[in-house]
Design a protein around this ligand. Sequence first.
Ligand SMILES: Nc1ncnc2c1ncn2[C@@H]1O[C@H](COP(=O)(O)OP(=O)(O)OP(=O)(O)O)[C@@H](O)[C@H]1O
Ligand SMILES: [Mg+2]
Length: 244
Amino acid sequence: MPELKRLLGRRPSRVQSVVLHDLVPVDNGSMARWARDAKGRTWVAKLEIGANEVLAEALAFALGEKLGVRQPQGAVFKHGGSPGWLSAAIPGAAHWDRDLRDHIANIDEVGHMLALDAIVFNEDRHQQNMLLTPDDDGRFIVWAIDAGNAELGCPADIRRRGVEPPGVGNHARGLPWALLHEPALGAAAVAASLPDEVLRQIVVEGCAQTSEPQVEALADALTLRCRHAPAIVARYMNDLGARP
Ligand SMILES: Nc1ncnc2c1ncn2[C@@H]1O[C@H](COP(=O)(O)OP(=O)(O)OP(=O)(O)O)[C@@H](O)[C@H]1O
Ligand SMILES: [Mg+2]
């Protein structure tokens, strides 16, 4: 068990309760709010989004940690008896801006994010789901947020997808696709080699936090997609790069 714990790495935390503050000012109708927990940490809270969205967030976060994705710490919390999702607030973050494509400090981590999206079937990587913060060299770090719409959160949906890659129609434009290919395929190879028990444990924990009963079906679906990740990610990257 200690070995499995080490293999699992950073996973979504549990936060007992938060005090909710203002809505996060975004122009896409999001109901995300600033929130503070008992330890004084600031989060972006999503409540009343449904257990499957929280499960999608929790699973994508745990798998993203294994694949080397740059992402804020995530946590599950309970709001009025239902699960909600917390993302550790990144102060002063901006949304993805294609004019900054030649100034990305963490190209590899962005490639890893694309591999994660392909595996968890996340078609929601639009401009406002990638955050930017400046580094010390005048470049920008790209952070992945919001895997709430990933189909991995819905056992029946992800099983139906088999080894299909997600569609790319809604994806943010202007990323340096040619540079991202290799790190994306690298993360796919990592996913393909993750031990069965690690994938299963990720699913067991996510399902426990969200009261999802279809644990085995979901573990099987995730394992299938990870084993086929090199092909899924290759197709996804080709589709992204081929867009006009
Ligand atoms: N950890 C964070 N730090 C700073 N800002 C954040 C963080 N998480 C989210 N945000 C801001 O809040 C917005 C909404 O959050 P998020 O994308 O998770 O919610 P959503 O309602 O699911 O969005 P969508 O409309 O894409 O479905 C983001 O676009 C971003 O501007
Ligand atoms: Mg979003």
